[in-house]
Design a protein around this ligand. Sequence first.
Ligand SMILES: Cc1cc2nc3c(=O)[nH]c(=O)nc-3n(C[C@H](O)[C@H](O)[C@H](O)COP(=O)(O)OP(=O)(O)OC[C@H]3O[C@@H](n4cnc5c(N)ncnc54)[C@H](O)[C@@H]3O)c2cc1C
Length: 393
Amino acid sequence: MHAHIAIIGGGLVGASLALALQEGARARGWKILLVEPFAPGEGYQPSYDARSSALSYGTQQIYQRLGVWQSISPRAEPIRQIHVSDRGRFGATRLSAMEEGVPALGYVVENAWLGQCLWQALDRQVVEWRCPAEVVGLQPLQGGYRLTLDDDLQVDCDLAVLADGGRSSLREQIGIEVQRSPYAQTALIANVSPSESHRGQAFERFTDEGPMALLPLSDGRCALVWTRPGDDAQRLADLPDAAFLAELQASFGYRLGAFRQVGARHLYPLVLVEAQEQVRPHLAVLGNAAHSLHPIAGQGYNLSLRDALALAQALLGSDAPPGDFATLQAYLAGQRADQRLTVGFSDQVTRLFSSDAPLLATGRNLGLLGLDLLPPAKRWFARQAMGLGTRPL
Ligand SMILES: Cc1cc2nc3c(=O)[nH]c(=O)nc-3n(C[C@H](O)[C@H](O)[C@H](O)COP(=O)(O)OP(=O)(O)OC[C@H]3O[C@@H](n4cnc5c(N)ncnc54)[C@H](O)[C@@H]3O)c2cc1C
């Protein structure tokens, strides 16, 4: 079997790339293959335990352009206001969408819902799915790559895109090295229900024990991201629900009333993983397989979507066949500044969290939600973090 472009991994990034490519691919007669072991397009069910992502305003604009925002939006909870506070050090700050002149500072969407919307927007005439299926072998050929699937099917392609996530075994199989920088912190993620309505407010709270973010979710829930030293995060994860909620309440306070329910708790040790190569002739590495940031800064997916869009534009804007190395290099050169800034920003934010030094309050606080949805704030913080300047917001 032959495909012009084979996308390995149909997570949020692989599916978004397929979507960004499909119109141009149709016009060029390119065949795209998407291989994914799990079927995200089937039977979304709202779940209390569902994991979600904060999408930046820029991400919303991209999905709008790709024609899929309309289907995402019914379950996208707008962030109308961000309330930042630093216990024992600074007062509270509020940022509002209205003051920033945008309809929302960002949106919080369940990953399962987003995945389903993306898959449903794919045109199967152009994007052929192999799902459930797994790529078990990846081998360079003269002029392309050969994929071997778990049912022994072999697919030759001009361009293979590795979008198989942070634990990509195929990346290792073809000898792409990664750099890992651990942070000695663990993020605890869970959905919680407060007794009062969140009214579109996101909260970032700094406490002596670690920072936390509480994001507004649909159905009155809030998505909690709480960073703690590893042992303590494990202790919190193991607590009975009532004891966990009591600790959360003590740390967060009563701005949303009493916390009543908590869903499954997930732990993410914070580590920055970066692939040392993102392009080779006939190969591109995308998403978490290329750079996996910690969730606390909420930047990972937003960055990867910008990469995916840029890659699609580079491929469709070139007269060369999809695996052309110069095109892939041009794509990466174009995205490098954004990647460096975003990875550097997220890295700085996490390191600031791990230190008790009194810091640039505004920058640190804004950093928690990773708001490239607040370009002036991000620019300001990035300049601070890079030691470039002190221009106020
Ligand atoms: C707790 C948490 C919260 C986060 N919150 C945010 C946020 O608020 N905002 C934000 O911007 N980012 C956030 N991120 C980051 C975001 O989740 C990632 O950037 C995003 O999931 C990366 O998507 P991906 O498609 O690259 O990888 P994945 O989501 O890991 O998808 C990879 C896909 O590849 C498939 N696959 C794996 N191996 C193979 C194979 N051999 N063959 C075929 N398919 C394969 C997998 O089944 C999977 O579907 C968060 C991350 C975490 C962990």
